[in-house]
Design a protein around this ligand. Sequence first.
Ligand code: ADP
Ligand code: MG
Length: 700
Amino acid sequence: MPDAPAINLHTLIGELPRITGRRAKLLHRLEIESVSDLLRHIPARYEFEEAESTIDKLLPGVIGSARGEVAACRWVGGYGKKGRFEATLVDDTGRLHLTWFNARYLIDRIHAGDTLRVQGKVKMFLNNPQMANPRFEVLSEEQEEAAERGQYLRPIYPTTEGLPSRFIEQLIADVLPRVAGELVDPLPAKLVKHHEMPALAEAFRMAHRPGDEDEAAAARRRLAYNEFLLLQLGIAMKRAFVHRKLHAPALKINEAIDQHIVDRFPFKLTAGQRQVINEIAADLGRDRPMNRLLQGDVGSGKTVIALYAMLAAVASRKQAALMAPTQLLAEQHYLSIGRMLEGSRLSIELMTSSSSERRHDADLIVGTQAILSEIEAMKNLAVIVIDEQHRFGVMQRAAFRSFRGQEKGLVPHHLVMTATPIPRTLGLTIFGDLDVSTLRDMPPGRTPIINRVVGPEKADEVYRYLRQRVERGEQAYVVVPAIDAPGSASESAPVLRSVAEHVKLLQNKYFRGQGLRVAAMHGRLKAETREKIMARFRAGEFHVLVSTTVIEVGVDVPNATLMVIEHAERFGLAQLHQLRGRVGRNADNRRSLCVFIASPTTESAEQRLKAIASTGDGFKIAEQDFEIRGMGEFFGTRQAGTPPLRIGKLPEQMDLLLLARRDAQQLIEADPALNDNSHQLLRKVLMHQFGQALGLIDVG
Ligand code: ADP
Ligand code: MG
């Protein structure tokens, strides 16, 4: 039985020799499941290692390191594990004796003539230095040359507690030479040559064990390019598939229909709205499914655009559905669309998880994600609108699910709306298969919101001012981070109050008398209760609404011109922007005000608050959010649809992404499903790496 069992790229990490259960768990935490993942776990940076001492300088009793050539080596023992592996290392100054106990596997790792770097505790025996069980590495030729020049670059790996970077380094040094032969480049050789990039196996070697910094940089570029190219190929392939294979009902929209729809709206469309509607109308008129993302800042007027697409479906005697992220928003859409359609014969159905009876044949269906599970039953569905999807994962899944398994029939047109624009870089990655429309103008009569960030010591002043304005007939939101307040406040930390406590404080301290009324709003209230409260707030019966983030999206009460956000340091940037979008919806000349009460304790919290105060532009906010948080966090967890990039870094490597995108488009133009024989490996690797994230399973 060989001691070093055969391994390949798919070998699971737990099956590698000397990987304990604990270590495997730690590696899993780094999302390393297989040898292939391990190799793609590339160093975060490199450090110059101090030069080793020569053998004659090794001191007994201390840990030393040396580099030399293996003059001789042998296994002393039998075929079992018991025994020792011995080697003699020589340099110009002397000989060093090395012993590893019970390490038969070294037979395959260390050979006479190899250059070795060793580190261990030095003992002297008859004036000769020795090390027992030293750490070691076999140096490549390049490393040897680099070491000669006195510059050794040690890779420093991203890691997690309990798993030293050195351990990962050693593991990769162990594994890489054993699978190097398997690292067949899936990319067409022509491309690699054209870009003058190193071969794949070489790139992995250079990333993990670079001779110098240039090598490391070239390797990272090559490996990132591979990732980007695969991702872009996946996107281009999916797009080609949608165009070729999927069909949707063509909705013809003539002038009369257009006029009829627009007449329903209580205002004149802005130029921006008109333009987006034209783009959408053109899509809907085709017999392949629209797959369009509409991004427009909070309050830019996306709802009527959605309604236009929906009514276009109805005009062709089809159904349309509108899916909102929260029950509150679904209810509000249901009511406001109902108002706009008053007097028509259209049927509208509200479909949420709490609606008891579900009618599938209504003309318009408005609801929450509950709609998704009912889509099959909506036989006539021609348009589905997904509103306020700034939770990208949901957006992805939603869009994919309704495409799945419908190859034979017709699929509905898709319109996804978001107030959190996707940073340009990301737009090119996982959302590259969406067409994008952007609303840049605001409906008339808007004045920009005034933003103020203040410390908690100013809260009293803020609420006094709030009261003055509320007394003059304006309304206000007060947003708190949580329904309940965990524990009581300490001297140092500012008070964190529950919703109920906040209501009490305002009611008793600031809003005594004069019939000023404060209401509470949060997710634990029953849907009907929430809707009633919103209706009364809208009607002016309540003057202040103390709420959690349930009002984050869509809530539209023009007379509410003031917002106070407590503990603003606890909210994400996009969330803060969404929240403040609830004010500034009045068409008169009262300036809306948003006050962020905050005591930031981290640098990123400070950055967020600075960003929110410095611009009201949602597009800029999205870019800054992306920069502050980086890609991983921007998306939330992986399951939520992160583009699974391990090596490629965005936005830093934008140029490389664009290059890969161009290359991918050319490849797919020539071979839309990568069926060509020369593309088989490419296709396989693509499916393996990005199939799931991109929903390519369907493309099959
Ligand atoms: P969002 O893009 O945030 O979903 P909404 O569709 O809710 O924005 O629109 C915000 C407000 O602007 C609503 O009160 C809506 O009635 C109003 N509105 C939208 N379009 C126009 C327009 N063209 N002219 C005047 N008011 C408009
Ligand atoms: Mg909206």
